[in-house]
Design a protein around this ligand. Structure first.
Ligand code: FES
Ligand code: FES
Length: 159
């Protein structure tokens, strides 16, 4: 059975019919060609599929597309503002991107965290990464990446 769905993805309205069993992750990847959110476990365990739904990080493999109605989704492809650029640069600069499979989900989680809390403690950063699996970095570099981004974002702007 199919149902009509309407959502805003990276600032663009998307409307169409989707099967009632289609997840947001599959809709993004298969119907919209947005493959930045990765399909790791497809069961809510790894965080690789994380996107922002109305500003909050969610596992898109656990969200049914038919539950969305005018909701706002941001994927890694849509993060192109100054703050996001600094976050991404910080991941690269600190070596928090290695194989990169977890990186889109981690970067989205960082963006979600900083949206709510522009000056997080180490503990708050670690809490934001609960549910994100990274096989490569040992997580210390990821925390360092967020701290670097926070430092740069809080620096007074030069004229
Ligand atoms: S693919 Fe969604 S949590 Fe792993
Ligand atoms: S950088 Fe490889 S899984 Fe995290």
């Amino acid at each position: 059975m199919k149902k009509q769905v309407r959502l805003v993805v990276n600032g663009h309205l998307w409307e169409g019919e989707v099967d009632v069993g289609t997840t947001l992750l599959d809709l993004l990847r298969d119907d919209m060609g947005l493959t930045g959110a990765k399909k790791g476990c497809d069961g809510g365990e790894c965080g690789a599929c994380t996107v922002l739904l109305n500003g909050q990080p969610v596992n898109s493999c656990l969200v049914l597309a038919v539950s969305l109605d005018g909701d706002i989704v941001e994927t890694i492809e849509g993060l192109d503002d100054e703050e996001s650029r600094i976050i991404k640069e910080s991941y690269v600069a600190t070596g928090a991107v290695q194989c990169g499979f977890c990186s889109p989900g981690m970067i989205i989680a960082t963006k979600g965290l900083l949206n709510q809390n522009p000056n997080p403690t180490v503990e708050e950063i670690e809490t934001a990464f609960v549910g994100h699996l990274c096989r490569c970095t040992g997580y210390a570099r990821t925390v360092e990446a967020v701290q670097r981004a926070v430092r740069l974002l809080n620096e007074p702007k030069q004229n």
